[in-house]
Write a protein that binds this ligand. Structure first.
Ligand code: ADP
Length: 444
């Protein structure tokens, strides 16, 4: 038990937020309980008052009804029996006459037969008689609470002749209130259970928040590591590239053909490694929101034209044609260099994955966006592959294209850049027919 207690204290110390939850655990049920309790108390008080005035009214009516035969106990007894038979709330009903000599009262008719004829000097009778008022008090008849009310009886001439006494049970309303109180206890327990569940959930949410925070920290560390490692890799790669070029330029005549082939292979491997490092660095910058965008308003027409011209040579080497439907374009709002980078990437891919036919750049204005579509008549992409196309390192294994190298990062970067400029890249394709890569950019 002691161990459990100290474990509890340690848990609370390491999770101080739990105190906040515990506070609510006590406060909310207490508020619910007090609210129910006071409402019921008021309700009970109101019922008591209503019953009280009902009894007084009943006594007044009975008095008017019995005025003419107050000296006929048989008739009074008959009335008592009738009333008692119809109302089980009436617990006691008596008519009393006064003996003015000694201020005592004689029971002339009663719901309790043995009392008939007895003398009584009960205080409430004397008080009612002397003060000419109805005397009421809440008492008990041994089974439950009752209103005992005594009132003056007067004859037709308006003279005081005796007393009428009624005891009305509050059993019915008390039962109702008790069952409501029981229900409220049940509600109280249910509320505590619900709050306990909420507290448990809250603690779990707190754990999630903590894990989320830790994951973010680790993510940041990963970004920093990638950024540092890529920078560190780039320097030796630049050095290797430089030495390879020196070897190629200065010693071309001295090196045999086979070694030249090796140098060429080394060169292209270094190029691939370089572009991989560049891509990884770019990804870490996009993910860490560290790309310095220079957003300006400009017309993209000259840029697309320039790219088309520059890519002509690359296209002709594969016997492909590259076309640009040069139409007047509206201004867009984006980073010029990044737009150029994205279009180059899309056109390079189109040339890379097209064996025959043409690559075409089309433009269109739609929904406050400029759409630059790069179409090709290449290998195309199946619908299953289209789903994962923009994921990192996603490369499709096309038959006959095994030799085509790449990192699977180009499209992810291109789309990441477009999205950071409030644009996007979407793709449509039919396998074996060709693809459409659409760059969406916001109009100025
Ligand atoms: P990489 O070209 O370096 O592999 P990308 O991210 O640019 O990486 O492209 C991912 C994959 O999408 C490619 O491996 C290729 O399978 C497919 N792909 C991209 N562009 C095209 C295209 N124009 N036609 C067919 N497939 C394409």
């Amino acid at each position: 038990m002691k161990e459990l207690f100290s474990k509890g204290i340690t848990f609370i110390k390491s999770n101080p937020r739990i105190l906040y939850s515990l506070f609510f655990l006590i406060l909310i049920p207490l508020a619910v309980f007090l609210n129910t309790f006071f409402i019921l108390k008021n309700f009970q008080k109101n019922i008591d008052t209503i019953t009280h005035s009902k009894v007084i009214l009943a006594e007044d009516i009975i008095n008017i009804y019995t005025e003419s035969y107050l000296d006929d106990p048989a008739k009074l007894e008959d009335l008592i029996n009738k009333v008692m038979a119809k109302n089980d709330e009436v617990k006691q009903f008596e008519f009393l006459s006064i003996n003015p000599e000694n201020n005592s009262f004689k029971i002339i008719a009663s719901s309790e037969q043995p009392n008939i004829g007895k003398n009584t000097t009960e205080v409430q009778n004397i008080l009612a008689w002397n003060q000419n008022e109805g005397i009421a008090f809440l008492g008990s008849d041994g089974q439950g609470r009752v209103w005992k009310i005594t009132k003056i009886l007067s004859n037709e001439a308006g003279e005081k002749v005796g007393l009428i006494s009624l005891a009305i049970s509050l059993d019915y309303s008390d039962k109702l209130i008790n069952s409501t109180i029981n229900n409220s206890y049940f509600m109280l327990i249910a509320t505590i259970l619900i709050i306990l569940l909420l507290v448990a959930n809250n603690t779990r949410l707190f754990d999630y928040a903590l894990s989320f925070y830790k994951i973010k920290e680790v993510d940041k560390m990963k970004d920093n590591f990638i950024s540092m490692a890529s920078h560190e890799l780039r320097s030796p790669l630049t050095a290797i590239k430089g030495y390879l070029e020196l070897l190629d330029d200065r010693n071309k005549d001295k090196i045999d053909e086979e070694s030249l082939k090796y140098i060429k292979n080394m060169n292209s491997s270094v190029d691939r490694l370089n572009s991989l490092v560049t891509d990884i660095l770019e990804i870490s910058k996009i993910e860490g929101n560290r790309i310095p965008f220079e957003i300006t308003v400009f017309n993209p027409q000259p840029i697309i034209q320039k790219i088309t011209e520059e890519m002509h040579f690359q296209a002709s080497q594969k016997n492909l044609t590259i076309e640009y439907a040069d139409v007047e374009l509206p201004n867009i709002k984006a980073d010029k260099a990044r737009v150029e980078q994205i279009v180059i990437n899309l056109v390079s891919n189109a040339l890379k994955y097209t064996m025959k036919g043409k690559v075409e750049i089309l433009t269109e204005v739609k929904n406050k966006e400029l759409l630059i579509t790069v179409t090709d008549t290449g290998v195309g992409i199946s619908s299953e592959n289209l789903d994962g196309l923009f994921e990192k390192f996603y490369r499709i294994k096309n038959k006959g294209l095994e030799a085509v190298t790449g990192t699977g990062l180009g499209l992810w970067i291109a789309r990441g850049l477009a999205q950071k400029m409030n644009g996007d890249i979407t793709a449509e394709s039919i396998e074996g027919v060709g693809s459409h890569f659409i760059l969406h950019l916001p109009l100025a």
